[in-house]
Design a binder for this molecule. Sequence first.
Ligand SMILES: Nc1ncnc2c1ncn2[C@@H]1O[C@H](COP(=O)(O)OP(=O)(O)OP(=O)(O)O)[C@@H](O)[C@H]1O
Ligand SMILES: [Mg+2]
Length: 347
Amino acid sequence: MIIIGFESSCDETGVALVCTERGLLAHALHSQIAMHQEYGGVVPELASRDHIRRVLPLTRQVLQQAGVKADQIGAVAYTAGPGLAGALLVGASVAQSFAWARGLPAIPIHHLEGHLLSPLLASPRPGFPFVALLVSGGHTQIMRVDGVGNYQLLGETLDDAAGEAFDKTAKLMGLGYPGGPALSRLAQQGDASVYDLPRPMLHSRDLDFSFSGLKTAVLTRVKNIEKDCGQLSEQQRADLAAATEAAIVDVLAAKSIKAMKQTGLKRLVVAGGVGANSHLRAKLVQAMSKLGGEVFFPPLEFCTDNGAMIAFAAAMRVNAELVDLSDMRHAFTVKPRWELHDVCVDS
Ligand SMILES: Nc1ncnc2c1ncn2[C@@H]1O[C@H](COP(=O)(O)OP(=O)(O)OP(=O)(O)O)[C@@H](O)[C@H]1O
Ligand SMILES: [Mg+2]
């Protein structure tokens, strides 16, 4: 069965076609980063309006790319939450209208389930069970994943997400939005040992995180440097970027390793935008090889939001017989706040 998937939860419009037997057929993405950049962050109303402009051209693009006709599609998937309400409504209403017009079932997908299963789009594909480190702009969670719809939360951030920590500290250093990639690029020219930054909750017994103190520590460093030297020099900015990246990566890696030891599992899967960070990737590859395990990442283009992970999560749910394909009701709602536990098989 061919499934078309729509993602519009934040600032990326994504559309994709996935076949339940053959996998990903085509995907297309429009990122709104350039539009939001001048405001230093996502403007929800602008995001919604842009999704409206992009979604149909992207739909035509994936159909053409895959050589698939609309009447070959068997189901329609969309991100139903969590995310920005107005932005979610665009994808949800387009998907539901498409499904209603063609007499197809519509499958609401939890955005984090999309991220969580996205490493399975890679080859080789990790088998279940695995530990997942989900590190995105809004979430930092460690989960035990025993199968589709079988997710157990082991730990999460108590305040800021890892992506948010990258974005906020980058902003303090005068870097653009989104901060993660910019900070990471700058860090390549820096020396992480110049500034000693805290590793919040590194030694706590649990698998939880806290990143808001790190942001304050970076702010204090910036203010001290400015007091002593006026403005931050390029080298000071690079050194501070490297120290910030090292602090975040150290905590993420240490907690992931702790989760591997605690669960006794040998496969670690990393998902979400921060999973694109090359320093994090290198550190986890090294740590997992020491442990005699393996680490899997989504292809880089599927780390941040995309339609492929939504269509793919729907396909996995269909294959696991977790979807009622005979349900043709098309009344819908979106859930800007939505716990992943609600889509677990035991919920
Ligand atoms: N190379 C990188 N290094 C560090 N952080 C990065 C990198 N690339 C992207 N990010 C961060 O990833 C985040 C975006 O990821 P993603 O699109 O998965 O999050 P989101 O969709 O905004 O959040 P959520 O999925 O929790 O709602 C941003 O915070 C961004 O700064
Ligand atoms: Mg996301």
